[in-house]
Design a protein. Structure first.
Length: 361
């Protein structure tokens, strides 16, 4: 079985998801995994770039995207020829993007079955480019199988009538693995708190600012807020709190592991969420997580021994955070912390089984 995994984003966790999923397929006996990334993907310029079997020139702006759409008939023809050379038996869109309909058209010309992994069913405030979710629904409608990364996302897809028949299964976001990760709290000084990700309103920046203003200095903590987003009053408030450092910048792929290694506790004070990639990555690295009971975070993290969930308000969040800071040790590892690579293999196997025999699960 030859499986082609594609993800054409340039930066962020989406290309990494594609790389890890392809690695999961490679762990299955008798399965050969092929990988297609944007030729501009940041991960290809990192310290340990993955092997890319099908690099594709995509776009770097909305104007570039529109120009590539004009060229779509020629791009589809060229892609179909390259796909014929690779001879995949099935293909997986690891994280849908605006240009994926072009790839799906080329794959269908060569009669390749396609599965789509859906991370979000709705647009978050301030998130993404125009028409992204509309294009995703068009992609889903033409796919042979749909994989939702939480029951929350699956329910929204059903509400939208986007998932037809029995083509929908629900899996969980596996943790990104990091090599040589030091244990948490094995350093001198205050407890290290980390908020990492896009600095957008739905990530609960207001809740975080209010909670940190309430957190007593007796707990001996420091907080790094690292990610990229528009300047907002919440960031100004966070900068004014002693012990808080705000790094409003893009965090390159090669720095993510170092950032999590620095931390002891990772914060997810979200106002809404389909699911999280940061949470499983932190738990897989042996870090505690304090999050909120919203959307897919509940089902994703509520049974994890390293995760504590609060109500989505500052008072509840700071109470949960105090409890975790004051804990003298971490609970035993379990759940998604146990074997990150095995979790990716398990996801790949379930996708393989579902696409080979697409029945309700």
């Amino acid at each position: 079985m030859r499986v082609l995994v594609w993800q054409w984003g340039r930066r962020g966790g989406a290309p990494r998801f594609g790389v890890e999923l392809a690695a999961g397929f490679r762990m299955i006996p008798g399965t050969e995994a092929l990988l297609s990334l944007s030729s501009s993907a940041e991960i290809l310029r990192g310290r340990d770039p993955p092997a890319c079997d099908l690099p594709v020139e995509t776009y770097q702006s909305l104007t570039g995207f529109l120009w590539r759409l004009v060229q779509a008939p020629w791009i589809v023809r060229a892609l179909a020829q390259r796909i014929a050379t690779l001879q995949p038996d099935m293909a997986v869109a690891a994280h849908p993007g605006p240009f994926d309909l072009v790839m799906l058209t080329a794959l269908h010309r060569k009669h390749v079955r396609v599965a789509v992994v859906v991370h979000d069913a709705d647009a978050h405030p301030g998130d993404g480019m125009p028409m992204r979710l509309w294009l995703q629904r068009k992609l889903i409608a033409r796919a042979d199988a749909i994989i939702a990364l939480s029951q929350h996302v699956a329910a929204r897809l059903r509400d939208q009538r986007a998932a037809g028949g029995n083509r929908l299964i629900v899996l969980s976001h596996p943790p990104f693995g990091f090599d040589d990760m030091p244990p948490a709290r094995m350093h001198d000084g205050p407890v290290r708190l980390l908020f990492f990700g896009r600095l957008l309103a739905y990530k609960g920046l207001d809740l975080l600012a209010d909670a940190m203003a309430q957190l007593s200095t007796r707990n001996r903590w420091e907080l790094r807020v690292a990610g990229q987003g528009p300047e907002a009053p919440e960031l100004k408030k966070l900068r004014g709190i002693p012990g808080v450092i705000v790094e409003n910048r893009w965090v390159p792929e090669d720095e993510i592991g170092e950032l999590i290694a620095w931390s002891d506790i990772v914060l997810l004070p979200y106002r809404e969420s389909s699911q999280s990639g940061v949470g499983p990555a932190a738990i897989g690295a042996g870090r505690s997580v304090v999050g909120t009971k919203v959307g897919g975070l509940i089902e994703q993290l509520q049974h994890e021994p390293h995760a504590t969930l609060s109500e989505p308000d500052a008072g509840s969040f700071v109470a949960a955070l105090r409890e975790v800071i004051d804990a003298s040790h971490l609970p035993p590892c379990g759940g998604i912390a146990a074997e990150p690579r095995q979790a990716w293999r398990d996801m790949a196997q379930k996708i393989l089984d579902h696409v080979s025999s697409p029945t309700a699960v």
